[in-house]
Ligand binder design. Structure first.
Ligand code: ZN
Length: 247
């Protein structure tokens, strides 16, 4: 095989790895953003519940003070009752006291209901806060993992970039330009293997005559369908680079 071609195949392999690393680096923060937005949702629900709780507590204080006023009123009315001599006035006062006692009962029921609400909301808040703690932990784990992975990828990337620089030097400028030109337009794959007459990138058949010429590996050829540079690796060649990347 042409030496330049062999080097180009190696370069393609390195470039695909670099491309894969870039993709991983894009996907990692994406999965973190998902966690962050789920966390924000739960935080919003918890804040809403907290506000509900404040409102119910406020209502509770309001009803408590209304009840205290009623209580005072009842006490006052009872004291006045002792001083009333007139029978009609006495009956009217008794009625008024009974009315206030009724209202007081209503307020007591209201207070019980409000306290039940407080209990329910507190239970919801407890569950939400537990969920929040779990989600925050998950996010922190994820952040640590992403940082480690990014650091590892940076190391790999440096190795790959230095391999790329070395390989680049072994390939002529013209061919390198052509390679980069095709790579940019063909999803990262500029050079591909042909197996049994089929281009492994676009999966189209080569004209039989071209395939015969290709098997001699004496010159650079391109796939007539996808314009990628093509090469033939005999089946017994175990050192065959894997270039079967889909188009
Ligand atoms: Zn093709």
């Amino acid at each position: 095989m042409l030496e330049e071609l062999t080097n180009l195949i190696s370069l393609q392999k390195v470039d695909l790895e670099i491309r894969g690393l870039f993709q991983i680096q894009e996907e990692l923060p994406e999965s973190m953003r998902e966690l962050e937005s789920r966390l924000a949702e739960v935080e919003a629900t918890a804040a809403e519940k907290q506000q509900q709780l404040e409102e119910v507590k406020k209502q509770h204080r309001q009803v408590e003070s209304e009840m205290a006023m009623l209580d005072e009123g009842i006490t006052r009315s009872r004291q006045r009752l002792m001083e009333i001599k007139d029978n009609i006035e006495y009956k009217a006062m008794l009625k008024e006291i009974a009315f206030k006692e009724d209202r007081k009962d209503q307020k007591e029921t209201e207070i019980l209901e409000l306290l039940e609400q407080v209990e329910r909301i507190n239970a919801d808040l407890l569950a939400l806060n537990e969920e929040l703690a779990g989600r925050r932990q998950e996010l922190a784990r994820m952040q640590a993992k992403v940082q480690t992975e990014i650091a590892e990828q940076m190391e790999k990337m440096e190795v790959l970039q230095s391999q790329r620089r070395k390989l680049q030097e072994t390939i002529g400028n013209q061919l390198l330009k052509r390679y980069d030109f095709i790579r940019e337009r063909r999803n990262g794959t500029a050079i591909t293997e042909v197996r049994q007459g089929v281009c492994q990138a676009c999966h189209m058949n080569l004209p039989p005559q071209q395939f015969i010429e290709l098997q001699m590996n004496q010159e650079l050829m391109t796939c007539p369908h996808c314009q990628r540079i093509i090469y033939f690796a005999p089946p017994e060649d175990n050192g065959r680079p894997d270039s079967a990347q889909a188009a």
